[in-house]
Design a protein around this ligand. Structure first.
Ligand SMILES: [Zn+2]
Length: 140
C-alpha cells in the first residue's frame, strides 16, 4: 500500500467515526477495507447488516481525486445506512411484484436503485455540510 493509500485510509477512518457520531450510528461497527475495486466507477461502496449493526466500507484510493470528494463519498456511503432496510424491502418487493417477469424486474429494479441513490445523494450532501459546519463551529 502506498503512503497515499495509508493517508486516505486514516483520514477516512476518522471521518467514518465522526459521521457515525453525528448520525447517531455509534452502535455500528464499520470496517474499512482498502482495496482496488473491480469497476472504474466504484471509488467507495458499503455493505451493511443492520441486524448486527455491522457494515463494511470498501475504498479504492487509486480511484480518488480530491479531499472534498472524499468527504462527500464518505457522507454518501454512511447515508446509505440511514435507510438501508427501506432500500432492501423495496428491492424485495420488486422481485415479488415482477413475479418472474424479467422486463418488469429490470425496469423496477432500476427505478428502485435510482430512487434510493437520489435519496442517498441528498442525504449525503446534507451530512457533508452538517459535518463541515460543525467543524467550523468547533474552531471558535
Ligand atoms: Zn450510493
Amino acid at each position: 500500500m502506498s503512503s497515499g493509500a495509508a493517508f486516505w485510509a486514516e483520514y477516512i477512518r476518522r471521518l467514518i467515526e465522526e459521521t457515525k457520531y453525528k448520525l447517531g450510528l455509534t452502535d455500528y461497527t464499520i470496517t474499512l477495507v482498502v482495496a482496488k475495486l473491480p469497476q472504474d466507477d466504484f471509488k467507495m461502496k458499503i455493505m451493511a447488516a443492520p441486524e448486527y449493526m455491522d457494515a463494511v466500507i470498501d475504498i479504492d484510493p487509486s480511484a480518488l481525486d480530491t479531499g472534498d470528494e472524499v468527504d462527500e463519498l464518505v457522507a454518501h456511503e454512511m447515508s446509505h445506512l440511514m435507510h438501508w432496510e427501506l432500500h432492501q424491502v423495496a428491492e424485495d418487493l420488486v422481485i415479488l411484484a415482477a413475479n418472474g417477469n424479467e422486463l418488469l424486474l429490470t425496469k423496477f429494479s432500476k427505478e428502485v436503485e435510482r430512487a434510493a441513490e437520489l435519496a442517498t445523494t441528498r442525504w449525503g450532501k446534507a451530512v457533508k455540510k452538517f459535518i463541515k459546519d460543525s467543524r467550523n463551529e468547533n474552531r471558535h
